[in-house]
Design a protein around this ligand. Structure first.
Ligand code: MF3
Ligand code: CO
Length: 256
C-alpha cells in the first residue's frame, strides 16, 4: 500500500525535509580541499540534534553514521572517515532525519574545488535527470514514468543508470512503498495520487552501470572505477505536479 498523507502530516513532512535541506546546504558550504567526511558527518549530526531531530541512517541496518559520503567512484553509502577531500574530487552527501515521527531524505553531489569538465558534466546531467523526473510527477502519472524520464536523459548523454538501488516512498518510515527505479517504461507501475511522498534519487555512472559493494558491507562503487553522482529530493505529489520538500533555496530563505 502506498500511503497518502493528510495536510497535517504533509506539514510535518515539510518541516523535517526543510531541516534536511538546510543542513545539507550548510554541509555543501563546508566541502573544501582538506575537509574530511567525518567532519561533515559530525556537523550534520550536531545540526540535526540541535533542531530536535535524529539522524535517520545511523543504526539503520547497523549503518554507523549520520550522512553517507561517497567520493568519486563511490556510488552511495560511503562511510564517513578521516580521508581528506582533495581538489578535483566529487563527494555525494546523502542525509536522512526523523523529526516528530516523520522522515526526510535528500542527497547532492558536490565538487571539491575545481573539478574536471567531465566531472562537471556528470553532475549537471545527474541533476538534470532528477529535475526531469520531478517534472513528470503529478497525480495520475505512473511510478515508472519517473525512471523512464531519468533513463532517457542519462543514456542520451552517454552515461549509465545504476540499477541495484532505487528511490522510495517515505513518511513514518525511511523506506516505504513504492520502490522507484531510475529506469523503466513510461505508463507502467502504480498510479501516483495526491498526498503520496516520494524520495526520488537518480544514481548515475560516467562509465558502465555495474556496481559492487566493498568489504565494509556498505560502500557501493562502480565496477569500472568511473565517477558516479547522486542527487535526491523528497517530494509530495499534488494534483498538477509536486511540491519539493527538500528545496535548498527555500531552506536557505527560511534560515536567514
Ligand atoms: N538515501 C539512501 C536511501 O534512501 C540512504 C540510505 S543509507 C542507510 O536508501 F544507511 F540508511 F542505509
Ligand atoms: Co533515499
Amino acid at each position: 500500500m502506498i500511503n497518502c498523507r493528510s495536510a497535517a502530516e504533509l506539514e510535518r513532512l515539510a518541516r523535517v525535509n526543510a531541516l534536511v535541506a538546510r543542513v545539507l546546504a550548510e554541509l555543501m558550504g563546508a566541502v573544501a580541499p582538506g575537509t574530511t567526511t567525518r567532519a561533515l558527518d559530525r556537523l550534520a549530526e550536531q545540526r540535526l540534534v540541535e533542531a530536535g531531530a535524529a539522524p535517520a541512517f545511523k543504526g539503520y541496518h547497523g549503518y554507523p553514521a549520520t550522512i553517507c559520503a561517497s567520493v568519486n567512484e563511490q556510488v552511495i553509502h560511503g562511510i564517513p572517515n578521516d580521508r581528506k577531500l582533495v581538489e578535483g574530487d566529487i563527494v555525494s552527501i546523502d542525509m536522512g532525519a526523523r523529526l516528530d515521527g516523520f522522515y526526510g531524505d535528500s542527497a547532492v553531489t558536490v565538487p571539491v574545488g575545481r573539478i574536471s569538465p567531465e566531472a562537471e558534466r556528470l553532475l549537471a546531467v545527474t541533476q538534470a535527470a532528477l529535475e526531469r523526473a520531478l517534472a513528470v510527477v503529478r497525480a495520475g502519472a505512473r511510478v515508472h514514468d519517473i525512471g523512464a524520464a531519468v533513463q532517457q536523459h542519462v543514456e542520451a548523454q552517454g552515461y549509465s543508470v545504476v540499477r541495484e538501488f532505487v528511490g522510495h516512498g517515505i513518511g513514518t518510515s525511511l523506506h516505504e512503498e513504492p520502490q522507484i527505479p531510475n529506469y523503466g517504461t513510461a505508463g507502467r507501475g502504480a498510479r501516483l495520487a495526491e498526498g503520496m511522498v516520494l524520495a526520488i534519487e537518480p544514481m548515475v555512472n560516467a562509465g558502465k552501470a555495474a556496481v559492487k559493494v566493498l568489504s565494509d558491507g556498505w560502500t557501493a562503487v562502480t565496477k569500472d572505477g568511473s565517477l558516479s553522482a547522486h542527487f535526491e529530493h523528497t517530494v509530495a505529489v499534488t494534483a498538477t505536479g509536486c511540491r519539493v520538500l527538500t528545496l535548498r533555496d527555500q531552506a536557505v530563505a527560511e534560515a536567514v
